[in-house]
Structure formats: structure tokens, C-alpha cells
Design a protein around this ligand. Structure first.
Ligand SMILES: [Zn+2]
Length: 107
């Protein structure tokens, strides 16, 4: 059986903060129509989501290929958003800057 990763381990594997993962999961709940939604958990442990390394690596590979907005086709631009956990660090991500586009997902 594949090794399962919890939210913190997923964050580490993707090189982002745990808060960023929480936010991705929240956005997934709010906006199921996204083209590259965060993957469904492969398992749960006491209702905490777990993912296989394979699932996360596949997601990461997709992210790395994402250079254009799936909604409007604009090139994604680098953006930073303030991470709300105690580190106060910024997470970097790419986002569509087209003001007429309703895709506000970070990649
Ligand atoms: Zn767009």
C-alpha cells in the first residue's frame, strides 16, 4: 500500500505552508468547477484527510505545467499572498490577472 501523507506532509512535499493547503481545500469546497482542484483525499484517519504520495506528485506535476488560465487563456502571473499562520511569510503562487475573468484560483 502507498504511503499516506497528512496535511502537513503534503504541504512539505509541495513546498508550501500548511495554511496554504487548508486554503486550497477551502477553495475546493467553495469552487468545485476549478480546472485543477486539489485532489480528493485517498483516505481518512479520524476524519482527517490523507493522500498518497502518488496523488500529490501527480497534482504537483499538473501545477508545474499550469502556465495559462484555464478559463480565459491569459498567461498566469506571479502573485504573493500573505500567509495567515504565525510565520508571517508570503506564499508565492500564480494567478490570472485578467480583471474580467472570474477564475481567482492560485496555482
Ligand atoms: Zn483568467
Amino acid at each position: 500500500m502507498d504511503h499516506l501523507l497528512n496535511q502537513s506532509q503534503v504541504a512539505k512535499r509541495l513546498g508550501v505552508s500548511r495554511t496554504a493547503i487548508s486554503r486550497k481545500l477551502q477553495r475546493k469546497r467553495e469552487n468545485g468547477k476549478s480546472d485543477k482542484p486539489f485532489p480528493e483525499p485517498d483516505a481518512f484517519n479520524n476524519s482527517r484527510p490523507l493522500w498518497t504520495e502518488e496523488t500529490i506528485d501527480e497534482y504537483k506535476a499538473n501545477l508545474e505545467r499550469q502556465t495559462h488560465c484555464p478559463s480565459c487563456g491569459n498567461e498566469l502571473e506571479d502573485a504573493e499572498y500573505l500567509d495567515n499562520d504565525q510565520t508571517g511569510k508570503f506564499d508565492s503562487a500564480r494567478i490570472c490577472m485578467n480583471e474580467y475573468c472570474d477564475n481567482k484560483q492560485y496555482y
